[in-house]
Design a protein around this ligand. Sequence first.
Ligand SMILES: Nc1ncnc2c1ncn2[C@@H]1O[C@H](COP(=O)(O)OP(=O)(O)OP(=O)(O)O)[C@@H](O)[C@H]1O
Length: 608
Amino acid sequence: MRSHPAIGDDAERPGGRRLKPLLQLLAFTRPYLGRLLLALLALVVAAGALLAFGQVIRNVVDYGLADGSTRALNLALLAFLSVVALLSVAITARSYLLNWIGERVVADVRRAVFERTLALDVGFYETNRTGELISRLTSDTALLQVVVGSTLAMGLRTGLLAVGGIAMLAITSPRLTAMVLLGVPLVVVPTWLLGARVRRLSRKSQDRIGDVAAYVDETLHAIRTVQAFGHEPIDQRRYAERVEQAFDTAMRRSLNSALMSGMVTMVTFGAIGTVLWVGGNEVLTGELSGGELSAFLFYAILVAGSVGSLSEIIGQLLRGAGASERLMELLQTQPKIAAPAQPRSLPTRVSGAVRAEGLSFSYPARPGILALADLDLDIRPGQRVALVGPSGAGKSTLFHLLLRFYDPQRGRLTLDGVDLRELAPSELRRHIAVVPQDPVIFGSDARENIRYGLEGTDEAAVRAAARAAHADDFIQRLPQGYDTFLGERGVRLSGGERQRIAVARAILRDPALLLLDEATSALDAESERLVQEALEHLMRDRTSIVIAHRLATVRQADRILVLDQGRIVASGRHEELLAENGLYARLASLQFQDVNQPPAAPGIAPAS
Ligand SMILES: Nc1ncnc2c1ncn2[C@@H]1O[C@H](COP(=O)(O)OP(=O)(O)OP(=O)(O)O)[C@@H](O)[C@H]1O
């Protein structure tokens, strides 16, 4: 299996030049084509109305003022007000519609990117930092929101005004316009050259912000360790370095943007000044009327203003293109673990038979090192199998493969005779429940924490699962019972309580296959008894594979598999394996927490 390339490096991609990544956003406007067309209509009307002002001014000067006729002046004012009315309506429609589309597109992009990140396989998250991905979802989309919501609209308006203005200049005085156009390459060439740098630096700048976010994420998640080890000064320094790098990159980008704006302003206004000088001379010689020069002046300023701000807008758009490129890249990342084109389905009632044939696997991050080597397994429905082995033997790896977080390089793994690779991951995982060593409690209430992943399960079922997991009593005693918020800032649950929530979660799922990683930390006798009973209930009548840390568990197991360096080195029942006096006997005396205690749960008879 090839490892995921880390996304977000600074390499220049051939397809990612200039504004192209922004064009990819166009695909997101497709559902809103009607509104987009209306917005474009409003845009054209608004630009047209603004351009009409030039003609109003020309008429006022040439006919209204020159003829000294009040009627002409009144008419001109009437025309002025009509144009104003039209302009106002068009501007209102334009800005509302374009902003709406901008916000809508960004909302859709956010959703699409999040959806994709959820679908990406576990291997992807080993090569990409979550903080960096969060930064894409937040700061890149925020930037895009500004760019798409307002800059793009401004860009369209300004572009239209520049083109329309030049057309009106040409109508007013073709000769002068030809002179203006001669100056165009002077604006376009440096804009393009600097623009490419601005875009590259924008992307870098967003990448640096991603670094900063990743660092914050990592540090704050481990705040207890950070403080316990007095690591704060080092974190401060490292964070400061990253912030300064982000600042430097942003400043290099700003300098290029600023240079671009300054240069463009100088060139355009220089050109306009020259043209006005020539135009003024033409009025003096009578080749041009006063009204024409006024209109020309109006259009010239309009065009110069547009072209001047166009460079700034392009700078902004290029920043947006950088952000958009990062988001599109994420959207185009294909999960390595996905449903096949024609996924098979499992029987409605999965029996929970698990087989492995010649299974070999190495982690994408460590190719060449086998975490599981040539493993054969045959677990019959309803069997209880304990996995035992030294640290790093591959016990968790087998769970990862059963959940299809990764695909094996060789051999196959089947559930009810179906190769896991032929199943959609969601279909497979629907029939599996995992109780991890250190269960995660999510930022919601007790009910939602038990119902996790099974929306719409009724209250009675949730309570029944909680009762079976011995969680009902302590939940009832929480301040708001099942409505008590258990998340980060909510109630802190004890280790045993968290485990019982996790067991209730698994009971509610009613899986065909249970993967249980027993907690290594010892609980007090009462909690231990409750957890054991809950687990006992959970394992009844279903295939269970348990990474065992308790003597009680291995004694109860139908079969114990002893793993060492990715291989099964022994298998059998507890007494048989003890008698072999091999690795198992050594592990048993060292690893099992309750080896010197009588089994805590009633009904679990000590081996005779
Ligand atoms: N995501 C990963 N990327 C690369 N190597 C990994 C990864 N996870 C585990 N490994 C390696 O694979 C081997 C098997 O690990 P595994 O977690 O399956 O061991 P284990 O038997 O569950 O150990 P423990 O009892 O300590 O949890 C180890 O050498 C480990 O370093």
